[in-house]
Design a protein around this ligand. Structure first.
Ligand code: APR
Length: 172
């Protein structure tokens, strides 16, 4: 399948998706927070935090994998997006979140993976700019990660889904 055929986008709650792995937009402590991080920890249950405590945190731009516990997803891949500041390394760091998450998903034989809009909430990354980076980085990695069959971008509102679809449609 072509890269674009393996990519889709929906509006919804990522914690409800029955995929091999969902990606969490975490912070460097990996000890939970608000937004999608809070939703994932609430749905996965306390064992997720217990496993995260043993990981010793995660630097911005990198990713770590844990079990999904009470989530429908088998794994959670925690990645830490950049806090948007307009600095030159904001874009490459956000790209690294997607590339590292995809690499770890492939290493763990995940065939399906769902992403939230990393850094576009509390971390203030402009949504359109972040969406272009997410799509370009994912399409590039899918060229070489042939075992990943399905990528779902999960937007948290219909409005954001419409915006994202416009960018996704323009990228193929
Ligand atoms: N499902 C899908 N997307 C969600 C959900 C959910 N249940 N909840 C929130 N979102 C969306 C937000 O609307 C936003 O578009 O996820 C995107 C990322 O927003 P945040 O969760 O605020 O993440 P981020 O901007 O990366 O900030 C990370 O916030 O929650 C803390 O611990 C986290 O410190 C870290 C920071």
């Amino acid at each position: 399948m072509s890269n674009v055929e393996r990519i889709s986008c929906i509006a919804g709650d990522i914690t409800r998706l029955n995929v091999d792995a969902i990606v969490n937009a975490a912070n460097e402590t990996l000890l939970g927070g608000g937004g999608v991080d809070g939703a994932i920890h609430r749905s996965a249950g306390p064992k997720l935090l217990a496993e995260c405590r043993n990981l010793g945190g995660c630097p911005t731009g990198e990713a770590r994998i844990t079990k999904g516990y009470d989530l429908p997803a088998r794994y959670v891949i925690h990645t830490v997006g950049p806090i948007y500041s307009g600095a030159r390394d904001d874009d490459p760091t956000l790209s690294a979140c997607y590339r590292n998450s995809l690499r770890i998903a492939a290493e763990n034989h995940c065939k399906s993976l769902a992403f939230p809009a990393i850094s576009t909430g509390a971390y203030g990354f402009p949504f359109k700019r972040a969406s272009r980076i997410a799509i370009a980085s994912t399409m590039m990695e899918l060229e070489r990660l042939l075992t990943i069959e399905q990528i779902i971008f999960v937007l948290f509102s219909e409005d954001k889904l419409v915006e994202f679809k416009e960018i996704l449609g323009g990228s193929n």
